[in-house]
Design a protein around this ligand. Structure first.
Ligand SMILES: [Zn+2]
Length: 326
């Protein structure tokens, strides 16, 4: 489109060129590349008003990246995830609704508000804040939200616990590897449902057997002395994490004779992540216990030295793997 240049007065097709300019954001120089228009006659440069890219927005984006600040989309996604309105979130944060709306639309948040946003993004903190500011969220919404947040909080603390632990004799000299955990569950439950009680024992045997043979566990999981024998530490959250990682692993209630319990089934086979040695051990364990019911494997596991020598809820050292019955 030709237009008249207000500087030289000539009517020409203006050129679109990319320019690089420094923007100052809170005392920092941020170089930004964006397009402008230039009159080919006098070389005067004009803002490209037709462009939907706002150079200031780009500068803010770069500034946020440098400072590790929350991105506007993260706020919108967070609200969507928990079905919170702008009004509700702004009340939970103690920030004006208009301010929050401006942040969602790209305004640069101040540092204190950025810290508040990061705080509330943690499920445990959202859970706590909703209860503390009891009139912000309707009872109906709370009924849906609080159990979910409690569950996510458990998973959050589970992951924090596991990722903060250094490998030692209680983890089989290995850092926890959640991919391997999921693969192990897939291995034992692929297209054949298995009672959770039995699965947890199979996991114990697989990790301890592998340690016995190779001086390292497969998953890095810790096992504790529990009523039903050795089980992965915080197994409820662990199963929750596995279901979160792979939506094709499911859990359902089922009865078998006088026994009812939850069964786990995976629609996916294990990934190629497992080594040949690991698969061999998993197969050995699977074959050994193939005909065992949940009750039988519980009774069997109760005779493990690592179980007999530990008290309720105590972690079981992989040292006991030397004397494993298989
Ligand atoms: Zn001109």
């Amino acid at each position: 489109m030709k237009q008249e240049c207000p500087v030289c007065g000539k009517t020409e097709e203006w050129e679109q060129v990319t320019t690089r300019e420094n923007f100052e954001v809170r005392g920092e120089n941020i170089p930004v590349e964006f397009s402008i228009l230039r009159c080919p006659q006098c070389q005067t440069e004009f803002d490209n008003l037709g462009s939907d890219i706002d150079p200031y927005a780009l500068a803010y984006e770069e500034y946020r990246k440098r400072k590790g600040m929350v991105h506007p989309n993260q706020i919108k996604e967070f609200r969507k995830k928990y079905d919170l309105t702008q009004k509700e979130l702004s009340n939970l944060l103690g920030v004006g609704e208009i301010t929050l709306s401006r942040y969602e639309n790209g305004a640069l948040q101040d540092e204190a508000h950025d810290r508040l946003l990061k705080f509330i993004f943690e499920p445990s903190n959202l859970f706590f804040t909703i209860q503390e500011k009891e009139n912000v969220i309707s009872d109906e919404k709370k009924r849906a939200l609080l159990p979910r947040l409690r569950y996510e909080t458990d998973i959050e603390s589970f992951l924090r616990f596991y990722t903060n632990q250094k490998p030692d004799i209680f983890s089989g000299n290995k850092m926890v590897d959640l991919e391997k955990v999921v693969d192990m569950i897939r291995f034992f439950t692929y297209s054949q449902s298995i009672f959770k009680t039995k699965l947890l024992k199979l996991m114990f045997y697989a990790d301890f057997k592998f340690f016995k043979d190779f001086n390292q566990s497969i998953t890095g999981l810790r096992y504790e002395h529990y009523t039903f024998g050795p089980v992965p530490y915080h197994f409820i959250e662990l199963i929750g994490v596995a279901l979160n990682i792979d939506a094709n692993i499911s859990i359902e209630e089922r009865g078998a004779g006088d026994y009812t319990g939850e069964v786990i089934i995976s629609a996916n086979p294990p990934s190629s992540n497992l080594s040949q040695e690991e698969i061999t051990t998993l197969r050995e364990v699977q074959d050994h216990f193939a005909s065992f019911t949940s009750r039988e494997i519980v009774n069997y596991a109760h005779r493990e030295k690592g179980f007999m020598q530990t008290k309720d809820r105590e972690l079981i050292s992989y040292e006991y793997a030397k004397e494993l019955q298989i």
